[in-house]
Design a protein around this ligand. Structure first.
Ligand code: FMN
Length: 475
C-alpha cells in the first residue's frame, strides 16, 4: 500500500475530498486544512495549488478512523484499542519481516541533481503568518546512518526552506539523530541524509516513535503490513529509501554550518523564543531530488491541537510507551492513552487492575522511567480497570470521586523537558520540567469498602435484545 492506494481507498469511503478550486500555498492551503482537521473532517487533496501543477495532501492522520485505516484495522476501534493491536503485533512477532530490496521504483521516475534541483519546484506551503519560511518538511521522515553501529535511523524533523537547495532542520538536542550528527562532527565528516515524503503512511509512525529491537523503520513497517515493503538505496548517500515514495531529497548536513531557522507555528499551539531571537540550526544541502511524476506533497498543519500531527504523534508515542511498559512486565496494565488533546505528549492516562498496595504509583513511575515517558511528559493519571484510558468522561468521573488531592498527588521536581513547552518560563532551564502524578484509583486497601451503583447485567442484556422493539434503533 502506498499513499496513492490510500487516496483511492479513502475517496471511495468518503474519507478524502478533492479540492478542485485554486488555493494559495501562502497561508490559504494550511488554514483550510486546519479548519477541516479541527472538525475531524476528511483528508484533503488540493489539486490546484497557485503557481503549481502538482497536488498537496493534508489531514492524512487527523482522525482515529484514518489512523485505523492506515494500520489496516476497523474504523470502529478507539485509540486505545488501536494501540493494543499495534503492540500485539510488535511484541508477539517472533521475527520482524524484512524489507525487499529493489533497484528502482516509482520514486526514481524523475531524478534531478546539482544546479537543476530546486525545492521550489514543489508547492511548499507557508503555514502561519509569523513563520520564518515556507516549510517543506512537516510530514517527512529523515533517514540517517549511525557511523558507529551502521544502524539506520529515522526521525521526523521540521524543515524550513532557506533557498532552492538548502533546508533548515530542527533536530532537538538529545534526539538519536542529534547524537548521530555529533558522531559525524567528531569525525570531521558531513552527515548524509535522505528526506522522504509519501510512500506507505505507516512510515510516519515508525519515524515518530521508538521501536525497541527493530533494525530500522523498514522492518517495522514490513512487520506491521505483514509483507516486505520495497526499499532501494539512494545512489549518492547509500541510504535506504522506500521505492514508492513521492519525493526524496538526498543531501548532507555539514555539522560545522548553522543558519537561523524558524520560527514555526509549533504543535503546542505557540511559537517558541525564536520569534524574538531566531536560533541557528543545521542545514541540509540538497544534492539530488527523486520524485514520482506529478508528486503529491504531504503536509501537516502542526499548530494548536487537535490536528493531524497531534493524532499521529499521540498514537506513535502511545504505541512505544505501552510496548515499553509491557516489556517491563509490570502486572495489571489494561490500557494506555497519550492525549492528542494535550498536544500528543504532555499527559498520559493508564488504566490498571491493582494487584497490591502501591501498584498505581509503581505504574506512574514506570511511565516516567520509560524511554518514551522520560521526555516532555508533565502529568500521569492512573485509573482503575473499569475505565478505559481513552474514555475521558469516565476519567473525569474518577478524578471527581476517586481521586484524593492530598493522598493521590505526587510532584516530581526534575524531569527531562521539551524546550518547546511554552509553560516553562523564559528564566527557567527549559530542559527541565516538574511532573505530577494523579492517582485517581480507589486505593487497593480501600477496595470493597465502597458500594458502587451498578446496572444489573442481566437486565442490560435483556434490554439490548429488545432494543429495536423499544424503538431505540440507531441510538
Ligand atoms: C509531524 C512531526 C514533526 C516533528 N518535528 C520535530 C522537530 O522539528 N524536531 C524534533 O526534534 N523532533 C520532531 N518530531 C519528533 C521526532 O520525530 C521524534 O522525537 C523522533 O523519535 C526522533 O527520532 P530520533 O530520536 O531517532 O532522532 C516531530 C514528530 C512529528 C510526528
Amino acid at each position: 500500500m502506498d499513499l496513492r492506494d490510500f487516496i483511492d481507498k479513502w475517496e471511495k469511503e468518503g474519507e478524502l475530498r478533492r479540492v478542485k478550486a485554486e488555493v494559495d500555498w501562502n497561508l490559504e492551503l494550511s488554514h483550510i486544512a486546519k479548519l477541516v482537521e479541527e472538525k475531524e473532517g476528511p483528508a484533503l487533496l488540493f489539486e490546484k495549488v497557485k503557481d503549481y501543477s502538482s497536488p498537496v495532501i493534508t489531514g492524512v492522520y487527523a482522525t482515529t478512523g484514518r489512523l485505523a485505516s492506515v494500520l489496516g484495522k476497523s474504523k470502529d476501534l478507539t485509540m486505545v484499542e488501536l494501540t493494543r493491536e499495534w503492540m500485539k503485533t510488535m511484541t508477539e512477532s517472533k521475527e520482524l519481516v524484512q524489507a525487499r530490496e529493489v533497484d528502482s521504483g516509482p520514486v526514481t521516475e524523475n531524478v534531478v541533481e546539482g544546479e537543476r534541483a530546486n525545492i521550489f519546484d514543489f508547492p511548499v506551503p507557508r503555514y502561519y503568518e509569523r513563520d520564518g519560511h515556507r516549510y517543506f518538511g512537516t510530514a517527512i521522515f529523515m533517514v540517517t546512518k549511525d557511523p558507529a553501529s551502521g544502524k539506520i535511523n529515522m526521525g521526523t524533523f521540521r524543515m524550513g526552506v532557506h533557498d532552492e537547495r538548502h533546508l533548515g532542520v530542527q533536530i532537538l538536542k538529545g534526539k538519536k539523530t542529534d547524537r548521530i550528527l555529533n558522531s559525524y562532527a567528531k569525525q570531521g565528516k558531513k552527515m548524509p541524509v535522505c528526506v522522504v515524503m509519501g510512500s506507505d503512511p505507516l512510515f510516519m509512525f515508525a519515524s515518530a516513535g521508538t521501536i525497541p529491537g527493530a533494525r530500522s523503520g523498514f522492518d517495522v513497517v514490513s512487520t506491521l503490513r505483514g509483507e516486505p515493503v520495497s526499499m532501494l538505496y539512494a545512489e549518492l548517500t547509500g541510504l535506504p529509501i522506500p521505492g514508492d515514495a513521492e519525493i526524496v531529497v538526498e543531501g548532507e548536513i555539514d555539522p560545522t554550518v548553522l543558519k537561523e531557522e524558524g520560527p514555526f507555528g509549533e504543535y503546542t499551539g505557540y511559537y517558541t523564543d525564536e520569534v524574538l531571537k531566531p536560533i541557528p540550526k543545521p542545514v541540509i544541502e540538497i544534492k539530488r531530488i527523486y520524485h514520482r511524476t506529478d508528486p503529491i506533497l504531504v503536509a501537516t498543519t502542526v499548530g494548536r491541537p487537535v490536528g493531524d500531527q497531534h493524532m499521529l504523534y499521540a498514537f506513535a508515542r502511545n504505541a512505544s510507551l505501552w510496548t515499553e511498559l509491557e516489556k517491563m512486565r509490570i502486572p495489571g496494565i489494561k490500557s494506555v492513552y497519550t492525549l492528542p488533546e494535550a498536544a500528543g505528549r504532555f499527559w498520559v492516562i493508564v488504566s490498571i487492575q491493582q494487584v497490591y498496595p502501591g501498584h498505581a504509583e509503581q505504574v506512574a513511575h514506570a511511565v516516567i522511567a520509560s524511554n518514551t515517558g522520560t521526555y516532555g511528559l508533565k502529568g500521569i493519571i492512573i485509573v482503575d480497570e473499569d475505565i478505559q484510558a481513552d474514555d475521558l468522561p469516565r476519567v473525569w468521573w474518577a478524578l471527581g470521586v476517586r481521586y484524593h488531592p492530598l493522598k493521590g498527588t505526587q510532584i516530581i521536581n526534575r524531569g527531562r523537558a521539551t524546550p518547546l513547552d511554552p509553560a516553562l518560563a523564559s528564566e527557567e532551564n527549559k530542559l527541565i520540567t516538574p511532573r505530577i502524578i494523579l492517582n485517581a484509583t480507589t486505593p487497593f486497601e480501600e477496595k470493597g469498602k465502597l458500594v458502587e451503583v451498578k446496572l444489573n447485567e442481566d437486565k442490560v442484556k435483556e434490554i439490548k435484545e429488545r432494543w429495536k422493539e423499544l424503538g431505540l434503533e440507531g441510538i
